[in-house]
Every structure is written in C-alpha cells, then in structure tokens.
Write a protein that binds this ligand. Structure first.
Ligand code: AKG
Length: 271
C-alpha cells in the first residue's frame, strides 16, 4: 500500500487564518499554504485543513456563498492531491445541496480520488448552527494508505459516542478540523486528549487561527498519539504543524491495555 519507511506517515496540519465570507480569498490563501507545506524538507503524506475554510462562520450569508454541491472545493482539492501525490482531508466546507447547507469534509487519496465525504453530525447551538445548517446523517471512515481514519468536525469531539463508535469500527486515527475559539482552550486540549487515550487512537486536529467578529481562534492544532502523548502542537499564529505518526502503535497500545476486550456493553445505560 505504499507505506513509508517504518510505516510512518508524515502529517501536515494547515493551521490557517480564514477570512469570513470570502471563499475565493480563502482558497487562494490556502493554495499558498498547501504549496508551502509540500515544499518542506520531508514531503507530507497527509495534509489536513481547518473547518469551514471557504466561508468561515458567515452563517447569515451562507445560502449565497456556500459551494454548490462542493464542486469547486472538490475539484481544487482533488487536483492538488493528484498533482502532488499527497492525501488530503480537506477540513470542511460549507456546501449547498438544494436549499440545505451542510458542513462537509471531503477526503482524497494520492490519485485525487475522493475517498470520503462526512457532514458534521452535531450542530453547535452556541453559534446557532442548527438554524442555518443541516446535520449529517452518517458516521464516516476512509482509508489513508491502508489505515482506517474516522471523521469528526469540531463540536463533534464533545460526543465521546462518535469517537468510540469509530474506534469500535476499526478506526486508528480520528481527524478533526475545527474553528474552536477562546476561551475554551482547556476543553479543546482535554477533549482531544481524552478521545485519544480512551480510544487508543491517533487524534489529528487542525484548528484555525485569527479573529472574526470578536471571536478569537487559538490554533493549538494537535497530533496526539494513542498513548496520549503530544506528537506536535501548534502555536496561536498561522503555521504548518507537522508530525510523524505510526498507526502500528495503535495495535501496540491496544494490546498493552486491552480496553476494548474489557468493555461491558451489556451494562451500559445507552440503549
Ligand atoms: O464546542 C465548542 O466549544 C466549540 C465548537 C465549535 O466552535 C464548532 O463546532 O464550530
């Protein structure tokens, strides 16, 4: 399956600033950052973008500026992936389908083939997402160079059920694009850490930076290994956060503390 030496994958998180309500400016800016990411010393295998990078949280204009069927975003991401033989999890984009708007992640393999589409399951009421967006209806995984990855967007990480069901389905890495703001840095780091430790999987989380309409986004993109160790963490400024992951470590950690074998699903009050 073309695994790199020692089965490691080089991951680059595009911790970008996003201009609210300006899809074209954002695409042009991200193009520059993606070019920069692949020119680094070791070329990444996987690029990850932040949440809603096309529009930001311009919810009152979203009907006018969301990408119809995700067509433009998908064409762009797919051709970048193919040209540079790199996998991309394209953060998420505001997508218009009929008169509904979704917050949707698209994933591409090294041939530019789309291998995943996931729309945010849990809409964030604090920002009135539910008034403007339609929730996704599916839990989604895709294959990244032979390793199963699971999709999750921002607020989704507050729902351990989603990450757990992905882990039970064989996911080895949880990919989390976000626009997570101050003052909830503590929640962001702790929830991501918990999802990694309890599910014994990698958590790969790309948050935006910058400010929009009085909200400050803190970056702190994170790559956390299945033992809960931080492989890489971003600052609060725009940057490309890189780290090497070794999905084989997931099996090792799961073998060491056999949490999945020790579960008592028949006892849990979630029926
Ligand atoms: O849950 C949070 O605190 C932040 C979530 C969020 O900003 C989002 O889902 O867009």
């Amino acid at each position: 399956m073309g695994h790199k030496e020692e089965n490691k994958l080089a991951v680059a998180l595009i911790q970008a600033d996003i201009e609210i309500g300006s899809p074209q400016a954002n695409k042009a800016h991200l193009q520059e950052l993606l070019e920069k990411a692949i020119q680094g010393e070791s070329k990444p295998d996987l690029l990850v973008l932040p949440e809603m990078w096309n529009t930001g949280y311009a919810l009152e204009q979203i009907q006018d500026i969301a990408d119809p069927e995700g067509e433009e975003s998908r064409t762009w991401l797919s051709s970048f992936a193919k040209k540079h033989r790199v996998m991309i999890v394209g953060g998420s984009v505001a997508v218009k389908k009929g008169d509904q708007i979704f917050n949707t992640m698209y994933a591409f393999d090294r041939n530019g083939q789309q291998i995943g589409e996931y729309s945010k399951l849990h809409l964030f009421r604090l920002m009135e997402e539910e008034k403007h967006l339609t929730a996704g209806e599916a839990v989604v995984t895709f294959d990244l160079d032979g390793f199963k990855a699971g999709a999750s967007i921002c607020y989704d990480i507050r729902f351990p059920e989603l990450a757990r069901s992905l882990a039970l389905g064989g996911t080895k890495m949880l990919i989390v694009p976000a626009e997570w703001p101050h003052p909830r840095l503590h929640h962001w780091r702790t929830l991501l850490m918990a999802r990694a430790i309890e599910n014994q999987m990698y958590v790969i989380a790309c948050n935006r930076v910058g400010s929009s309409r009085g909200t400050d986004f803190f970056g702190h993109s994170l790559i956390i290994d299945p033992w809960g160790e931080i492989v890489a963490e971003g600052s609060e400024s725009e940057e490309i956060v890189t780290g090497l992951i070794s999905p084989m470590l997931v099996d090792e950690v799961r073998g060491r503390i056999p949490v999945f074998a020790d579960r008592r699903p028949e006892m849990y009050m979630d029926k």
